[in-house]
Design a binder for this molecule. Structure first.
Ligand code: ADP
Ligand code: MG
Length: 238
């Protein structure tokens, strides 16, 4: 599903280039469920941005379903992302002026007849425990309910790969646990590959595979953590 090799990414800050990621090699098999943990600033979100083609690496190769993301133009990456990836974020990013149902519908294939879209949305809302919330605005939903809507929006086109960036980060413990199970159950029932980055150790423990990003990444310190002698690494080509 995903093959990464020789991947590096740095950001320019104050005229200096700060290395963020240096991942010699990493593979995720089709259907795998992986939780990636690691401290704030350790490059977890950056890694998801590279996998989804939102950002581009300085060096290295990323193959997504056998396709060389690192060789694609921005519009090719956009197309691949909309076809193959569902993205779930910490703060849901629902459009406040649209109902739950409309927030899902905008992610759906426009070539699908309207009636079929409606039926599919109802089925999905039922599946995530919100059968009577289709016409609610995001502001009329709890945070956990908003995340359920956002999960439907990410999954409704059946993407082979689901990425989630701190999906439980702004939820209370119990709701976080429900959302963790929902993401795992939904992606398992469709053989989807799921990569979640999270601070939430309870969520991470639910995953069959859990790793600390520092097991992949050779860069140890970042701009947010310049403490100590061994603080920020500099790169010579920066
Ligand atoms: P995490 O998700 O693990 O908290 P991030 O991937 O968001 O970490 O960030 C890793 C490091 O890269 C941080 O030090 C952050 O400040 C820096 N960083 C992230 N995005 C940018 C950017 N667009 N420009 C400059 N620095 C960035
Ligand atoms: Mg992050």
């Amino acid at each position: 599903m995903l093959q990464i090799s020789g991947l590096s990414k740095s950001f320019r800050i104050d005229g200096r280039s700060l290395p963020i990621l240096d991942i010699p090699s990493w593979q995720v098999e089709k259907g795998e469920k992986v939780a990636i943990t690691g401290p704030s600033g350790s490059g977890k979100s950056t890694l998801l941005h590279l996998i989804s083609g939102i950002a581009v690496p300085d060096k290295g190769e990323i193959y997504l379903e056998g396709q060389p993301l690192h060789q694609m133009t921005e519009s090719q990456r956009d197309r691949l992302r909309s076809r193959s990836i569902g993205y779930v974020l910490q703060d849901f990013h629902l459009i406040p002026s649209l109902t739950a149902s409309q927030n899902i519908e905008i992610a759906m294939n426009a070539s699908m007849p309207a009636k079929q879209r409606k039926t599919l949305i109802s089925e999905w809302l039922e599946r995530v425990g919100l059968p009577d919330r289709a016409k609610h605005m995001p502001s009329q939903l709890s945070r956990g309910q908003q995340q359920r809507v956002a999960i439907v929006r990410a999954l409704v086109n059946n993407p082979p790969l689901v990425l989630a960036d701190e999906p439980t980060g702004s939820l209370d413990w119990e709701t976080a646990d429900e959302i963790s199970r929902l993401l795992l159950d939904l992606s398992s029932s469709r053989q989807q590959t799921l990569i979640v980055v999270t601070h939430d150790l309870n969520m991470a423990e639910r995953f069959p595979k859990c790793l600390d990003i520092r097991e992949l990444n050779r860069v140890r310190k970042h701009a947010e953590h310049p403490a100590g002698r061994e603080g920020v690494q500099e790169v010579s080509n920066g």
